[in-house]
Design a protein around this ligand. Structure first.
Ligand code: PHE
Ligand code: ZN
Length: 858
């Protein structure tokens, strides 16, 4: 409740818990309405902490009894927890509480999903299970007994006993409460086995609802690949006899790394060629890996407090990115990650919700599981590796694990391992963790016939609470090209550390060394997206076309093509005449080049998103008009289809059916390219090819792409019904059916389409996946969401408010769709601001959503 002013928690106030927990014993007597939880917890005074009250977190619990060393006690209970007088020595705390998993719609703590008991304790959900110091720096071994008639009873660690109606589990590795998990219900396992490098035999199991057994192969394959990869790449092995993964349908996030018992959103486990797309397969592989990698980066070494969240998340995202690069195409993965950074993280960093990778204050920690903490956090790790080199990176990681195994640590501890290994002073580098906002790096060039001088100026704009910033350490990977298209030197990384800095290259000598006539070199800057910065650099259309044709760095080659597309679209969206010949020539050359990876070609063919274009226009000092941007993109797609028709048709024909379905990078890349061409071809063939592909497709990738191509040109009504009739029994496929219609709706129809779908009998809005499919997709349809009528703003806010009392975490996440409001014209700004205020002024608004709307209003 927001009535009592919500409390802000500060990093600077950190103090250790005054007691140490030596052991936790939990007994669960499961019942949907009256589950009993008995906790037996051994405490002793923490010699390294100061005095403080014995305070245990606890929310929505009914205390039945409490005792210390067997003697009943009467604790003082508040809505946040309890305090109790305790002896000044080691003691045993016992408490029994009652909870009601069935009425837990927030999906935090112990809840039920489709008849299955499941838990979600990160970040602060354990306090809804029992009274406990629910903070990550309190680590303890847990033993769990589950009493229930359910056929499957799971918890963390190894199973130590099983009988009729009960099971016992023992997790020997000390862990914070947020890694606790329990699952019980009617589930079936798909099993496999893994032998670690040290010879430990591990039973692997993926637990799903009966009927879903046939959709677990990919998750298992991905799990084994992850286990092998972490051994080979980081020398990290698994440390229990069992590794369980459970798929549940109701889940606020993607997945959770509970020790030995990962719990997943079923969308990130279940896959078959008929029901999952290539994208789904790639995400499943990456998220399975991510959660598995947490076993070392997060679980064995955990966070001292929630301000250090990026310590585990940024590092683990970085590790899963490396894994995907190794399993698939490294250049394609890098481009995809850069796209995500720019579209989501730069947007957050440039708006009212901007915060440092390591925030210094929060009201609700759930609001800080953000793209800044995760994705910018991963970029910071990547920069560190780039700066110190691969060997020092591995040595620093080894030292970090060796020093801190079993501990709850900070970013300072993390960086100290690398400072110690390299002897480098990382204090300026640490600004990446403390300063919010995206640095803008402007570059100017001067050539005197001999020397090429690059002048760098870096500025990080003010963000909420941070008016002034110091210069950051920017690793800038670059090359120089001769005008004949050849490289003049190997790629090199320079460190930009000053507010203004110049770097000279002896261009004449470099040319001479290659036996070339002396000519002004063309720089290729920020190769491989070597730092999460906005590069401000005056490039002509000719420069971009040159780099698209010749750059040997795949990222910058793609970037040059993207620059051409952006030029064309920004001009069109602002009513400026522009010649798209260079853009079309570039596309032609890329599509016809047999040496290029199809997945790369598909990335070059894709236009920047409408939201990206709005941000680019705003950054360039122009107020974006969402309708004009949408029209510009539509016109360009038609023009491209007209200009490149035959080449697109050939490309489609050559790639659409790469053989018996396999979700690997090669086939996925080919299907991706075919589907990118299909979408363009539909603009000129009236959907004929798409309709044919839809009719013939034997896999979801091609079926969904065909349907989307049809919807995008205002057709596909019949196909939508066919699709619904075929898939009405499959929750995950139906999510796609809901989402696609909203995403592809014309701008003036989007709100109506979404409203219509909210009346569909299968719109089970309390399931986050379904809510996101309809309401979340409305925000993903940029021109529809920002339609001048304001209808989408109203519908969206109505649903956020309806969800808020049921599931504040997901409602708060959704509300961030409004974060870009200051980009737009006065009429839209006023509409959005009024909408955000309407949310804010709603009585009983959750702390989660309350914090978000307050920050957005600024
Ligand atoms: N820690 C989870 C991850 O792997 C994310 C998560 C956070 C899941 C909070 C649920 C709740 O990134
Ligand atoms: Zn994670």
């Amino acid at each position: 409740m927001k009535d009592a002013a919500p409390q802000t928690i500060h990093l600077k106030d950190y103090a250790p818990f005054p007691w140490i927990v030596d052991r936790v014993d939990l007994t669960f007597r499961l019942s949907p309405t009256t589950t009993r939880v008995l906790a037996r917890v051994a405490y002793r005074p923490n010699p390294e902490a100061g005095d403080g009250p014995f305070f245990l977190h606890g929310e929505d619990l009914r205390l039945i009894s409490a005792a210390i060393d067997g003697t009943p006690v009467a604790p003082r209970i508040t809505p946040e927890g309890l305090t109790c007088d305790v002896p000044d020595r080691a003691f045993l705390w016992e408490a029994e509480v009652e909870i009601a998993p069935e009425s837990n719609t927030a999906l935090e703590g112990l809840y039920m999903s489709g008849g299955i008991y499941s838990t979600q304790c990160e970040a602060e959900g354990f306090r809804k299970i029992t009274y406990y110091p629910d903070r990550p720096d309190v680590m303890a071994p847990f033993r769990v007994r589950i009493e229930s008639a359910a056929p499957v009873l799971l918890s963390n660690g190894n199973q130590t006993g099983r009988g009729d109606g009960w099971a016992e589990w023992d997790d020997p590795w000390p862990k914070p409460a947020y890694l606790f998990a329990l699952v019980a219900g009617d589930l079936v396992a798909v099993r496999d086995r893994f032998v670690t490098r040290a010879g430990r035999e591990v039973d692997l199991a993926i637990w799903v609802r009966p009927g879903d057994e046939g959709k677990c192969d990919w998750a298992l394959t991905s799990l084994k690949a992850s286990m092998t990869w972490d051994e080979e790449t980081y020398g990290r092995e698994y440390d229990l006899d069992i590794f369980n993964i459970v798929a549940v349908d109701d889940f606020n996030a993607g997945a959770m790394e509970n020790k030995g018992l990962n719990i997943f959103n079923s969308a990130l486990v279940l896959a078959s060629p008929e029901t999952a797309t290539d994208r789904d397969y790639e995400r499943i592989e990456a998220v399975i890996a991510h959660e598995y990698f947490h076993n070392w980066t997060g679980n064995r070494v955990t966070c001292r407090d929630w301000f250090q969240l990026c310590l585990k998340e940024g590092l683990t995202v970085f590790r899963d990115q490396q894994f995907t690069s190794d399993m698939r195409s490294a250049p394609v993965k890098r481009i995809e990650d850069a796209l995500m950074m720019r579209s989501r993280q730069f947007r957050e960093d440039g708006g009212p919700l901007a915060h440092p990778v390591r925030p210094e204050e929060f009201v609700e920690i759930n609001n800080f599981y953000t793209t800044t903490v995760y994705d910018k956090g991963a970029e910071v790790v990547s920069m560190l590796k780039r700066l110190i080199g691969d060997n020092a990176w591995r040595a620093g990681c080894d030292l970090y694990f060796e020093r801190h195994d079993g501990q709850a640590v900070t970013i300072e501890d993390w960086l100290r391992a690398f400072a110690d290994v390299t002897g480098r002073d990382l204090s300026q580098f640490q600004r990446w963790y403390s300063q919010a906002g995206t640095p803008r790096l402007s570059v100017t060039e001067a050539w005197d016939g001999e020397t090429l001088r690059l002048t760098f100026v870096q500025v990080t704009p003010p963000t909420p609470g941070q008016p002034d910033k110091g210069p950051q350490v920017i690793p800038l990977t670059m090359g120089l090209l001769h005008p004949d298209g050849s490289e003049l030197m190997p790629s090199t990384t320079i460190e930009v550390t000053e507010a203004t800095q110049t770097v000279d290259f002896d261009g004449a000598a470099l040319c001479a060394k290659q036996g070339k006539p002396v000519a002004r070199p063309v720089p290729s800057l920020l190769r491989d997206f070597s730092a999460p910065v906005i590069l401000d650099r005056p490039l002509t259309t000719e420069d971009r076309a040159f780099l698209l044709a010749h750059d040997t760095d795949p990222f910058n080659r793609w970037e040059a093509g993207r620059g051409l597309a952006r030029e064309v679209l920004m001009a069109r969206a602002t009513g400026t005449d522009f010649d798209d010949a260079a853009y079309l020539d570039g596309l032609r050359a890329v599509l016809s080049d047999p040496a290029l990876d199809p997945a790369f070609k598909a990335l070059v063919l894709a236009l920047p998103s409408e939201d990206d274009l709005a941000q680019s226009l705003f950054d360039a000092g122009t107020t974006p008009d969402p309708a004009a941007i949408h029209d510009a993109a539509e016109i360009q797609r038609r023009r491209t289809a007209e200009a490149l028709g035959d080449l697109l048709a050939e490309t489609h024909a050559a790639n659409a059916t790469p053989g018996r379905y396999c979700p690997d990078a090669d086939q996925a890349g080919r299907r991706g390219l075919a589907n990118a061409t299909l979408s363009l071809l539909s603009r000129t063939d009236d959907g004929a090819r798409a309709a044919a592909q839809f009719a013939e497709a034997d896999n979801m990738t091609q079926s969904l792409a065909a349907l989307s191509a049809l919807l995008n040109i205002g057709r596909g009504a019949e196909e939508l019904s066919t699709f619904e009739a075929r898939w009405s029994g499959d929750r995950l496929v139906m999510d796609k059916w809901f989402a696609l219609q909203v995403m592809c709706a014309a701008p003036d129809k989007a709100a109506d389409v979404a409203r219509g779908l909210t009346e569909h009998p299968a719109f089970t809005w309390k399931t986050p996946n379904r809510f996101r499919a309809v309401i979340g997709s409305l925000a993903g349809n940029a021109a529809g969401f920002h339609h001048a009528s304001g209808a989408a703003y109203t519908l969206f806010a109505d649903w956020v408010l309806k969800l808020d009392p049921i599931n504040p975490q997901t409602a708060a996440r959704m509300s961030t769709a409004f974060e870009t409001w200051r980009r737009y014209d006065p009429a839209r700004q006023e509409r959005i601001r009024d909408t955000i205020r309407r949310i804010r002024d709603t009585p009983g608004l959750s702390r989660d959503t309350g914090e978000m709307v307050e920050r957005m209003l600024g």
